[in-house]
Design a protein around this ligand. Structure first.
Ligand code: NAD
Ligand code: UDP
Length: 315
């Protein structure tokens, strides 16, 4: 049994991780300031004596004795991270500093939830971990992209300078139950629009691509990374290499929901990456990991979740 701190534990990915690590027999401390997370995501865990919930902002230092830290605290959808860009960059950078300081002090292992956004609008396709990226430092997405890039730098410097036991994963677009219905991410947006019979809002001409990973596959990759030998730091891409255009995704959601929704084209946001697909050779080699849930299956589960959510909320 390990004592594990999960920052951002009340969010979409964090709440699944809390559940999974508890199931595996660990003690879990979930830390969150509820900016985009919700108590609803973890309320069913509150009766578990091995689960603790802490309201705290990672921009402020936090001290606790634990074995491992998963650092997930950071708004992740463009709408939410652009709402208060200064706060977003503070959360990434000061959050990383505070959690690395904690890891250093108590000799804990720490994993950073980094992102495919560090590759920006990539000129190398598929993206390999050795690619340095093509990121606009002063655009709409910079608070998130550059914040996450700086966090990676801090992780490596704490590793080199203070021998902190770090792990970095670069997560590609992930979807599944418990996504925030209004956070504007494409999978949740399209599903909610289709279920409500509203227009499906495809940005640009819908030819931009993303590679969508189901949340359970991510958890498996994340936990395997945490368990690798000391000295293996990553970064490692964790994503599903099956690539789809956004228009293909829209049509798939319409088909799987049986919706009568029509596609409506909306302006493409600035700096929207044109393509994204992980090279997962490193994860396959080092973690013996690859995704097992493909888009159709994952979408069916996610649609099922949102159908229930919408019914509850309409009562
Ligand atoms: P999310 O918004 O659902 O979760 C983020 C959580 O962090 C929320 O619970 C939020 O309340 C909390 N948080 C935000 N600022 C905080 C602060 N200052 N102090 C404490 N808690 C704070 O997003 P998610 O999709 O679950 O993402 C989790 C992590 O994974 C993020 O770090 C994100 O950058 C990373 N990631 C996610 C994806 C994806 O596709 N979902 C892709 C790449 C990387
Ligand atoms: N997108 C879209 N319609 C929406 C929301 C998003 O066409 O209602 C597009 C968005 O412009 C981007 C892609 O879908 O090209 C993925 O967007 P998301 O915000 O989910 O993730 P990210 O851009 O951060 O990869």
């Amino acid at each position: 049994m390990k004592k594990i701190l999960i920052t951002g534990g009340a969010g979409f990915i964090g709440s699944h991780l809390c559940e999974r690590l508890l199931k595996e027999g660990n003690e879990v401390i979930c830390l969150d300031n509820y900016f985009t997370g919700n108590k609803k995501n973890i309320v069913h865990l509150l009766d578990n004596p091995y689960f603790e919930l802490v309201r705290h902002d990672v921009c402020t230092p936090y001290f606790i004795e634990i074995d491992q830290i998963y650092n997930l605290a950071c708004p992740a959808s463009p709408i939410h991270y652009q709402y208060n860009p200064i706060k977003t960059i503070k959360t990434s950078v000061m959050g990383a500093l505070n959690m690395l300081g904690l890891a250093k002090r108590i000799h804990a292992r720490i994993l950073q939830a980094s992102t495919s956004e560090v590759y920006g609008d990539p000129m190398v396709h598929p993206q390999v971990e050795t690619y340095w990226g093509n990121v606009n430092p002063i655009g709409e997405r910079s608070c998130y992209d550059e914040g996450k890039r700086c966090a990676e730098t801090l992780f490596f410097d704490y590793n080199k300078q203070n021998n902190v036991d770090i792990k970095i994963i670069r997560i590609f677009n992930t979807y599944g139950p418990k996504m925030h219905p209004n956070d504007g991410r494409v999978v949740s947006n399209f599903i909610v629009q289709a279920l409500k019979g509203e227009d499906i809002t495809v940005a640009g001409d819908g030819s931009q691509t993303r590679s969508f990973q189901y949340v359970d596959d991510l958890l498996e990759g994340m936990i395997r990374m945490m368990q690798t030998d000391k000295g293996f730091t990553g970064p490692v891409n964790i994503g599903n290499p099956n690539e789809f255009t956004i228009l293909e995704l829209a049509n798939k959601v319409i088909e799987l929901t049986g919706s009568k929704s029509k596609i409506k084209y909306i302006p493409l946001p600035s700096d929207d990456p044109t393509q994204r697909k992980p090279d997962i050779s490193l994860a396959k080699g080092k973690l013996s990991w690859q995704p097992t849930i493909q888009l159709n299956e994952g979408l069916v589960n996610t649609i099922d979740y949102f159908e229930k959510e919408l019914k509850i909320n309409s009562k």
